[in-house]
Design a protein. Sequence first.
Length: 332
Amino acid sequence: MSAPEMTAMALRRPRTPLAAERRPLPRPDSGELLLEVEACGVCRTDLHVVDGELEHPKLPIVPGHEIVGRVMEIGAGVTGFAIGERVGVPWLGHTCGACPYCASGHENLCDDPLFTGYTRDGGYATHTVADASYCFLLPREGDAATLAPLLCAGLIGWRSLKMTGEARNVGVYGFGAAAHIIAQVAIARGRRIFAFVRPGDERARDFALSLGAVWAGGSDEAPPETLDAAIIFAPVGALVPRALSALRKGGIVVCGGIHMSDIPSFPYSLLWEERRIASVANLTRDDAREFLALARQLGVDAHVVRYPLAAANEALADLREGRLQGAAVLLP
Ligand SMILES: [Zn+2]
Ligand SMILES: [Zn+2]
């Protein structure tokens, strides 16, 4: 009998297509879970890894950090999980637990972290191994594909939204996976969403309005009302001064992506009057617990475009070209 195997779509070198690889099925080490992947979301960060915009990935790397899987085998010392249970694996794959950030409740900024699909193998695969301490139980029933985007698009969106404090008029630049999820949460919490899409993208504009945005227009347009806060998900630095110019005094621009083109210089008057620019980095496990419970309670509905695992390169290309409505998800 031959040893059990798995299939993964692996990146051997940045700026080359992912290649299908057969690998021996791994065994979970102590503290780990072996998962059978049910679905894995495709995030813009995967694109930054594949395109070589994030430095020093583990190579070869299996991308994917929006993993929904079933527990297949449990490593030594793991408690709280049973075989067959459904779990989610996010971007934050491991933290050191000892650095000043970990010690002060800012594990998202850990000095010695591992990130799923970047510095440890992720979910563009039939199976994956994850650190059980960074896995989250998910509802056993329901469509795995619509849960997957919650694990990064949703989580990072949530951390970004929290940074806007009590803002009522919230501008969202780039209406993709994260925006369409967090708009639902924000609207349910009484916020008014102003959606900024690629100029001329009527489908994206209609999509934002269908989800309850009070206004949607091109990212080159000014909103009809002053914004209390803006969240930028599009990786376009030029949007930072544009968003600042739409803000009221004391407002905040939150940059929700891990990579952005350079921010052009702008007059100090745009920042003056206590406007702020902030970035969101990674997530904490508390963010995940909080958001996954909230998404369930609110019945957040992720719009997904499904691809077979073998079509990972096509999914990435569609995301790169802005052809997607909602979130791309790979199904092994
Ligand atoms: Zn740490
Ligand atoms: Zn992501």
